[in-house]
Design a protein around this ligand. Structure first.
Ligand code: PEP
Ligand code: MG
Length: 582
């Protein structure tokens, strides 16, 4: 019996068999070929590529229309298989060095993966992962190995892999796969996001699970605490069955509050809303009690399409969301493109440091046609419901004024064309940069609401890449600097009668809810599964005691002390709610 530890990214417990996907490169054969056989060798390579393309095309055809994210990734893999430069290089080496296709494919891909994997640009690092997936698939077809595990083995199983492509994961889940463990990645890796969206327990960043676990081994996957128990004892299986039973019963029981407000015992109400990445999450959000949408990440339309979506396509997509949400408030964030969120069909930006570059509102303001198209679509869709519009990555007042001016001109354009739209849509600024937090009192005079994006606020305040595996522990919402900024923002908003939402990941952690409520944040935006947990916690506390706790927290000087205090006051009082991956 042995345990491996990683990062829990999707909750739940699974007891089942492991299906191990080995890295094909480990088993790659090398031999020399006769000069006369080079033509045949190249044909073998072409046949393997064509087979791989057929497999991918079949997967793409099997996707539902709303699975934009998978479409984008699989389509990118398909395009890579037509990369003439890459293929010509492999063919040339086969002819020059008289080596077999498998070996040459492995060498060329490895060079590329290494070069890109070391890039500082997260976009390029993500491309390295894609190249590895494409190369693995072609290699499997070259070697006559099944590129995809037997469907029969997947039912109820845990896939254990070095890395896994989102497309493969989605397909395997359709075939009955019930859990995922991968050696690499963090909470925001592609596979982690998909596992959460598909609701299967998952742990990433395991290090060497794919070489430690054998195919068919019995394992326990603990997606609550980030563990993989190999070869468990009968006693452990029984214990975990009980934990799973308790967890599932508790999740069901929490749903009994679905119609109730998130109201403290002394009558203070906070709105719990959803964050939406793709349209298909909407049903789940509503069934978990989302009272609105605090953040619609509109990039999904751009990232999930093979070409730039036109005004009509965007109008239809926004209208569908608004109509399905009914009378509730939907907050659309305008495009937050840039860095790793950049579609392949737009001209790529050559930037040394994309996180500090032309992204989000900066990109939109320098691409007026693209921005106008989105604003026109949003304004037109506004007649169907109750929307708010907010702008990401605002740095200060003059930028915000310029954005508002741009927005006004688009409104005028529609008016001149006699196209109807609501002209009282609340306008907001995302506060996710330290500069915006520091001048929040000035920004508050310009907008109807603030939405605090703590994911970026933490990253930019502490200079810690939010994707960094190495600095995961230091990237912490309870750093006193972050809490002081949150208080500055909320105080500025209250002084100016401006509503404040918070839609970063910390909103979905019940441990932090008392502090956020005490600061006067009126709406928290989170994923579907988090809503019932946060609601139960808010319904179990008093605003007065939360305020008292906030006062004590603000006197601490380090996040270790703050964590300890919150653990004592909240974690130990509500262990079942705080027994979570955070
Ligand atoms: C944030 O930065 O907290 C946020 C909600 O935006 P995103 O995670 O999309 O950058
Ligand atoms: Mg952000």
């Amino acid at each position: 019996m042995k345990e491996l530890n990683g990062v829990p990214v999707s909750q739940g417990i699974l007891i089942g068999k492991a299906v191990v996907i080995k890295r094909q490169e480990l088993d790659c054969p090398r031999h020399f070929i006769h000069a006369k056989s080079t033509g045949r060798e190249i044909k073998r390579l072409e046949k393997a590529i064509s087979k791989s393309k057929n497999q991918l095309t079949r997967h793409i055809r099997g996707l539902r229309h709303d699975e934009y994210g998978f479409f984008e990734v699989l389509n990118a893999h398909l395009l890579m298989m037509d990369d003439v430069e890459f293929l010509d290089r492999i063919k040339a080496i086969i002819s020059e060095r008289l080596q077999n296709a498998e070996w040459v494919l492995q060498q060329v891909s490895r060079e590329l993966v290494l070069a890109m994997g070391e890039a500082t640009d997260p976009y390029l690092r993500a491309r390295a992962e894609d190249i590895q997936h494409v190369s693995n698939r072609v290699m499997a077809n070259l070697c006559g190995i099944k590129a995809d595990p037997d469907a029969g083995k997947l039912r109820g199983a845990v896939v254990v892999a070095h890395a896994i492509s989102p497309g493969n994961l989605a397909r395997m889940v359709k075939q009955g796969l019930a859990g995922m463990v991968v050696d690499v990645g963090g909470e925001t890796s592609h596979a982690a996001i998909i596992a959460r969206a598909l609701g299967i327990p998952a742990v990433v960043g395991m290090g060497n699970a794919s070489t430690s676990v054998k195919d068919g081994d019995k394992v326990i996957l603990d997606g609550l605490r980030g563990k993989l128990v190999m070869d468990p004892t009968e006693q452990q299986i029984e214990e975990y069955k009980e934990v799973r039973q308790r967890f599932m019963a508790f999740e069901d029981e929490l749903l009994s509050d679905v119609e109730l407000p998130a109201e403290t015992k002394d009558g203070f109400i906070t709105r719990l809303s959803g964050n939406l990445e793709t349209e298909d999450e909407l049903d789940e959000l509503l069934s978990h009690g989302a009272e609105g949408l605090a953040l619609v990440r509109t990039e999904f339309l751009y990232l999930g399409s093979a070409s730039e979506p036109d005004e009509e396509t965007q109008y239809q997509a926004y209208s569908r969301i608004i109509k399905r949400i009914g009378k509730r408030v939907v907050t659309f964030r305008t495009l937050d493109l840039g860095g790793e969120k950049f579609p392949s069909y737009l001209p790529q930006l050559e930037e040394e440091n994309p996180a500090l570059g032309l992204r989000a509102i900066r990109y939109c303001m320098t691409h007026p046609k693209l921005f106008t198209t989105q604003l026109r679509a949003l304004l037109r869709a506004s007649i169907h419901g109750n929307i708010r519009i907010m702008f990401p990555l605002i740095t200060g007042v003059s930028e915000l004024r310029a954005v508002k001016e741009f927005y006004r001109k688009v409104q005028e354009e529609l008016r001149a064309e006699r196209i109807p739209f609501k002209d009282d849509i609340p306008i907001g600024a995302m506060i996710e940069l330290p500069s915006a937090a520091i001048v929040a009192d000035l920004l508050a005079q310009e907008v109807d609401f603030f939405s605090i994006g703590t994911n970026d606020l933490i990253q930019y305040t502490m200079a810690i890449d939010r994707l960094s595996e190495h600095l995961r522990k230091q990237y912490h919402p309870m750093h006193i600097a972050i809490l002081r900024l949150l208080r500055m923002i909320t105080t500025a908003a209250q002084n100016n009668g401006v509503d404040v939402s918070l839609c970063g990941e910390m909103a979905g952690n019940p441990m932090y809810a008392p502090l956020l409520v005490a600061m006067g944040i009126s709406e928290l935006g989170m994923s579907a599964v988090a809503i019932p947990h946060v609601k139960r916690l808010i319904r179990s506390i008093r605003l007065s005691e939360s305020r008292e706790l906030l006062g004590r927290v603000m006197e601490c000087d380090g996040f270790e002390a703050i964590e300890e205090l919150i653990n004592q006051e909240i974690g130990e009082r509500f262990p079942e709610l705080c027994y979570k991956r955070f």
